[in-house]
Design a protein around this ligand. Sequence first.
Ligand code: SF4
Length: 254
Amino acid sequence: MKHWEGLGYYSRARNLKKSAIIIVRDFHGKLPKSYEKLIELPGVGEYTSKAIMSIAFNVKTIPLDGNVERILKRTLYLKKQNEISKDFLITKINFFGLSDRASDYSQAIMEIGALICKPKNPSCKECPLNKNCISFKKNDFELTKINKEIKTKYFEATIYKKHNNYLLVKNDKFKFLKNMPIFPMTEVRESKYNYSNNKKINIKLSNMEMKILLNNAKRPPKIKNKILIKKDKLSSEIIPSFTKKIFYTIAKSE
Ligand code: SF4
């Protein structure tokens, strides 16, 4: 977890370990050669199981990653919101056909996306798909993005410090940063946030814009799963960037 720090997606590290344990226990230490069994492993979804089936086991299937999505959107000229959803794009994957060299073939398609059909300035003249590409014919390579709604939420974080130790809590309350150390927080109303003169910090986490009031407490909040962290030990502890940002904001005003 220390090495993973700062990369985000902490659940990936936990799922890797959980899956490794299951593979050793139930599959004699070898990845199961079945889409249905792979997809049951923690952290393995549709894309990863198809990628393993195709790349590792040469099974005729094409995993839909961001690069493959981009090729489909361009070749088939898909622009509307309902046409660019993952579910819809999966229904169009047969555009590529299949090959007996499944492993090479799916990697080759991903590489076309990564190296030729690039997000900006695609190299269409070098592209083996240019005869079948509507975007090329129309000379329009603009990609439509999925409209993700950014939600603004308001929080109050309790900052309690004693003898240079800060009090954090192992997060079992919020869906974000599950089981990671955060400052004790509660969600508050927008009006409470707006009318408070306390120090404030904005942090964007995934599709959430978090506006956080920093409330210095004289007494420790009554909470379970407390963790005490010394500020000078911050770099040697497993702390998410989210919590560090709050630390640094507090440190500036001390
Ligand atoms: S012809 Fe151009 S736009 Fe079409 S798939 Fe190839 S690189 Fe992408």
